[in-house]
Design a protein around this ligand. Structure first.
Ligand code: ASP
Length: 348
C-alpha cells in the first residue's frame, strides 16, 4: 500500500471508529487534567538553559510582535546555533570522536500538537529549523543521519563545514591526550577539556493566548561515538509540549533523561498540579532513583549533571538541576535574566 493510500485508509478507519465511540472518547480525554489553569500570562514568557539569555529576550520580543510561539522559540535558539563560540550547539559545536559534528534537535508546537526532530545531522548549521520542517512538511516525527541531511538540502539548506578552528583544535587535543597507549603524541593539556564539555539549548515558551511551544538543539556529548543520539531529538525526553498544560525540556546527560522520558514526565507532573520547579525536581528524583550503581557516588547520588526547564500555561516557569550551583535564563514578562535553579543535591 502506498503512503497516501495507507493514510487515507487510516483516516477512513478512524472515522468509522469515531462514529461508535465518540461520546466515550470525549469523556476519557476531558477527565485526566487535574491541573487547574488560572488563565494565561499578560506577556510572553520564555525559559531556557543559561546560554539562551539572548534567545529568551528575542523569542519574547517576537511573540510580543505576534509571531507564532514555535517560530519565536526557534529564532531564539538559532542565536546559539549560529554562534561559533557556543561549543555545545550548531556551528562550532564540539564533534564526535572522529572529528565530525553531528547535531540533534527536536521541537513541538502546542496549538497543532505536532512534533519534529532530526538526529545525527551533519553539515547544517540550524538543526532546529530542519526539525521544524520535519514537523511542518512530513508525516514523520524524526529523520536521522544522511536522510535528514538530504531532506534539509532539498529545502535549500546549505551544507557547510561546522568545525571552527577552535573546535577542531579542541578535538585534536582531546585525541592527542586520549590514552597512555595510543599512537598520538600528547599535546599541552587544555584546562577547559579536563571535564568532558557538555551543553545544549532548550527553550520553552508561552504567549498571552496560552499557546505553548518547545525546542531543543545540541551538538550532543563531545567526542561521542559516531551515530550516538542523545535526548535532545527524542520527543518526550529532550523537550515536550502539551498545549493544555505546559512545556519542558532538558540539558545534561541525555541517556539518563531518555530512560525516564524526562520532558514528558515533567509536563505530566505539572498536569498533576505541580509548579514547574517542583515538577522538574520530581523528574530528577525519578532519575536519581533509577540510575545504575556505576553512575552513583558512595552516597548513592548520581555523578552526572542533568537539568530541566519548564513553563506552564499560566506563565509560571522554573528550572531544576541534579546538583546545586546551576542556573537558567528566563524572560519573566518584564526582562530577560539569569535565575538560580532549584537542585536535588548540594555540592560539598
Ligand atoms: N543532553 C545532551 C545530550 O545528551 C548533552 C548536553 O546537554 O550536554 O546529547
Amino acid at each position: 500500500m502506498s503512503k497516501i493510500d495507507r493514510r487515507e485508509f487510516l483516516g477512513a478507519a478512524a472515522g468509522v471508529t469515531a462514529g461508535v465511540t465518540v461520546a466515550k472518547t470525549e469523556k476519557l480525554f476531558a477527565a485526566p487534567a487535574v491541573h487547574i489553569s488560572n488563565g494565561t500570562p499578560d506577556n510572553p514568557i520564555a525559559i531556557s538553559s543559561t546560554n539562551g539569555l539572548r534567545g529568551v529576550a528575542r523569542a519574547a520580543e517576537l511573540m510580543a510582535d505576534g509571531m507564532d510561539t514555535l517560530d519565536a522559540a526557534i529564532e531564539g535558539v538559532k542565536i546559539q546555533e549560529l554562534d561559533p563560540n557556543d561549543r555545545s550547539v550548531g556551528y562550532g559545536g564540539l564533534p564526535n570522536e572522529e572529528g565530525v559534528v553531528q547535531l540533534d534537535a527536536s521541537c513541538m508546537h502546542g496549538p497543532t500538537r505536532r512534533a519534529g526532530g532530526v538526529a545525527a545531522l551533519e553539515g547544517i548549521k540550524t538543526p532546529s529549523v530542519v526539525a521544524k520542517y520535519v514537523l511542518k512538511y512530513t508525516d514523520h516525527d524524526l529523520l536521522v543521519g544522511e536522510g535528514a541531511k538530504r531532506f534539509a538540502l532539498s529545502y535549500g539548506f546549505q551544507e557547510e563545514d561546522l568545525l571552527t578552528d577552535a573546535s577542531r583544535e579542541s578535538w585534536l587535543k582531546w585525541r592527542a591526550n586520549r590514552g597512555p597507549n595510543d599512537d598520538w603524541v600528547n599535546a599541552e593539556p587544555d584546562e577547559t577539556l579536563l571535564y568532558r564539555p557538555t551543553g545544549t539549548i532548550n527553550m520553552n515558551v508561552v504567549n498571552p493566548a496560552g499557546d505553548i511551544s518547545s525546542v531543543t538543539t545540541t551538538s550532543g556529548l563531545a567526542w561521542k561515538i559516531p551515530g550516538r543520539v542523545g535526548d535532545s531529538p527524542i520527543i518526550g525526553a529532550g523537550q515536550y509540549t502539551d498545549n493544555d498544560i505546559g512545556a519542558a525540556g532538558s540539558t545534561g546527560r541525555g541517556e539518563a533523561n531518555i530512560e525516564v522520558c524526562g520532558a514528558f514526565l515533567t509536563v505530566e507532573n505539572m498536569r498533576r498540579g505541580m509548579h514547574p520547579t517542583d515538577a522538574a525536581l520530581e523528574t530528577l528524583r525519578r532519575v536519581a532513583h533509577v540510575s545504575e550503581a556505576r553512575l552513583l557516588d558512595d552516597r548513592g547520588r548520581p555523578t552526572f549533571g542533568l537539568s530541566f526547564y519548564a513553563v506552564n500555561k499560566n506563565g509560571e516557569s522554573g528550572g531544576a538541576s541534579m546538583w546545586s550551583g546551576r542556573n537558567h535564563a528566563v524572560f519573566d514578562g518584564q526582562e530577560a535574566r539569569v535565575r538560580d535553579s532549584a537542585y536535588l543535591f548540594e555540592r560539598d
